[in-house]
Design a protein around this ligand. Structure first.
Ligand code: ADP
Ligand code: MG
Length: 401
């Protein structure tokens, strides 16, 4: 059932809107933000709330704090608040508390059109425990609840689940980002344009079994790359040298290969290296990987073949880099897939933390139909896992077209 969205609420003026955003941005070692995409992705929702004359109370987690204030200083929301303020072009009142008197006072005195940012939700032990007493503290500061944290939608942390659950009687909706993510994923799953091609790579088969199965039911073809290739190759009895493999997942790999018969395409050639290092000696091989060598990327013939198939597709979904792309000499396959998708007129969807990072690093994110802000959430949604965090939000009005 579709969820009610922020657009369905017409009387926000003067309201205090509690927005669960996903400002869990990647950080550099010094705590600076290395990529602000998730902050930018929440701007339409925040701007809408402000333009409607409401107070935007934003809350998010950031990183994995350990509970030691000194070590955790890097996870304070100050820099996120600064960045948000720059992007909005207006002040953001960043609080040092998650809940408590400072929060209550700030919320009570906030004027319409102002922005408050709570401290990192994970600084409170109640957040990840889904604690209801903690959730009640958050729930009482908002007149409206908005979930715009797609990247966290597969979790049931207090701010995602218990808070909206406790806000019975108040509007509880999805923001524009979550609405957009759900819309494109539903399109993938229910009404794909054909030929529909899946491109799958990344580290492990085991992370993605459910995702691959569900995708196999829907796509016309699956192009495999990345380290998962070598688990599939070993399952087929082919030599893989020292390539990354999940030796205990060969049965699963065989099951997927048989489910995907006629659909799954494995690389025909590979870039191999004598060590996992950008300065390693490399060469291209077709077929099995020689002893002592590690496959680090798909080869040029595979690139040409995959680009051609992508070029003929009407819809492409991609998860998982084609090689160890973080090292420039091993990034060609991943870049080529990104370029083929960017250059095609198909509906193109990219999901997965590292895959999205790669596409952005190549400067091609704006050429895709959609780059999901979800890693785990993207995979789980496609797998068909219902999100409890969404189940507690209001359903869309059925009378609406
Ligand atoms: P995503 O986050 O997009 O879902 P994954 O987490 O599954 O992607 O996988 C990304 C990681 O897989 C990258 O860090 C990349 O270096 C690694 N990887 C891909 N291909 C290889 C390979 N052939 N050998 C070693 N690592 C690889
Ligand atoms: Mg990853």
């Amino acid at each position: 059932m579709a969820k009610k969205t922020l657009r369905d609420l017409n009387d926000l003026s003067g309201k205090r809107v509690l927005i669960r955003v996903d400002f869990n941005v990647p950080l550099n070692d010094d705590g600076s933000i290395s990529n602000d995409r998730r902050i930018r992705a929440a701007l339409p929702t925040i701007r809408h709330v402000l333009d409607a004359g409401a107070v935007a109370i934003c809350m998010s987690h950031l990183g994995r704090p350990k509970g030691d204030p000194k070590q955790d200083a890097i996870y304070r929301m100050d820099r996120v608040g600064q960045r948000l303020s720059e992007l909005l072009g207006k002040p953001v009142k960043k609080l040092d508390q998650v809940v408590g008197p400072e929060v209550t006072a700030a919320v009570q005195t906030a004027s319409p059109g102002s922005v408050i940012l709570l401290e990192n939700l994970r600084f409170h032990p109640g957040e990840q425990k889904g604690d209801e007493a903690f959730a009640a503290e958050l729930a009482k500061i908002g007149d409206v609840y908005v979930n715009d944290a797609f990247g966290t939608c597969h979790r049931t942390d207090a701010s995602m689940y218990a808070v909206p659950k406790l806000m019975t009687g108040k509007p509880r909706v999805v923001g524009f980002l979550v609405a957009k993510e759900l819309e494109i994923l539903e399109r993938l799953l229910t009404a794909p344009a054909r030929p529909f091609v899946g491109v799958l790579g990344g580290a492990k088969v085991s992370d993605k079994i459910g995702f691959i199965k569900r995708l196999l039911e829907r796509v016309d073809r699956v192009l495999i790359g990345g380290a998962m290739t070598y688990t599939f190759m070993q399952a087929l009895g082919q030599s893989i040298g020292n390539s990354r493999v999940e030796a205990d997942k060969l049965d699963v790999a065989r099951e997927l290969l048989s489910l995907g018969q006629g659909k799954i395409t494995l690389p025909v050639d590979h870039l191999i290296a004598d060590r996992l290092d950008a300065s390693a000696a490399t060469k291209i091989v077709e077929g099995p990987i020689p002893d002592g060598w590690i496959a680090v990327d798909i080869g040029p013939k595979t690139i040409a073949q995959y680009a051609d198939i992508i070029g003929q597709a009407k819809m492409v979904v991609w998860n998982g880099p084609m090689g160890k792309f973080e090292d420039e000499p091993f990034s060609r396959g991943t870049r080529a897939i990104a370029e083929a998708m960017a250059g095609s007129s198909a509906i193109t969807v990219v999901g997965g933390g590292e895959t999205a990072e790669a596409v952005e690093a190549f400067g091609l994110d704006n050429k895709m139909t959609h780059v999901s802000t979800g890693g785990g959430a993207f995979l789980e949604y496609v797998e068909g896992t219902p999100f409890k965090a969404l189940s507690v939000l209001d359903d869309a009005d059925e009378r609406k077209p």
